[in-house]
Design a protein around this ligand. Sequence first.
Ligand code: ADP
Ligand code: MG
Length: 240
Amino acid sequence: MIEIQNVRKSFGSLEVLKGIDLTVAKGEVLTIIGGSGSGKSTLLTCINGLEPIDSGKILVDGTEVHAKATDLNKLRQKIGIVFQQWNAFPHLTVLENVMLAPRKVLGIPKARAEEIAVKQLTHVGLADKLGVYPTRMSGGQQQRMAIARALAMSPDYMLFDEVTSALDPQLVGEVLDTLRMLASEGMTMICVTHEMKFAREVSDRVAFFHKGVMAEIAPPAELFGAPKDPELQKFLAATH
Ligand code: ADP
Ligand code: MG
């Protein structure tokens, strides 16, 4: 599980995480909603150790992410992260892009890495795109490739940061369907999203961030049905 204990983080004089406490259990799907600049992306990058924290603790399966002795490369292998946009290597095919990390990072032999990549690309519905170059695909297909690439490392956790925000509206659905599928398979996921319908349907719990504070966290029926925090009420009124 992921345990976040009183995490604080500033960029210069701007405190962007003001004491976050949050535990995500194995198999749980947590979505994070909140306005721009509320600290959502920063939290995700702290969880996989891309960003240092100022105080508090983040534990992944009991390993303290920011402890000096922690092997971050090893830890990151179990935490897949997918961003709004991923720049695939344009001179490599979709298959080669997805094979790359298993080969280079895990040292898996080529034939086995190919098997893994084919399996994950098939899983996200891209079995017919193996030999295609990434720039030839739609934004939705590229995001599904990015998900396959993360899955090819056999992560225990997946972090998604607004993976549909850069997509044309008609491409959002296919990517959300992929996330739904992962959730139904029991993947432990933290999804930062603006898709409220998705958050409502897929999440075990939804967290609302406001100005570096987790202002509310509850199961979706409760958070959307009877929001308590006044800022959350405003936020929901503005997004509906
Ligand atoms: P969100 O994802 O909720 O929109 P972010 O976590 O990206 O918010 O950002 C929170 C705040 O931290 C914003 O004010 C943003 O400008 C600032 N910030 C994020 N990353 C950096 C950085 N690397 N350097 C300085 N400020 C940053
Ligand atoms: Mg963000």
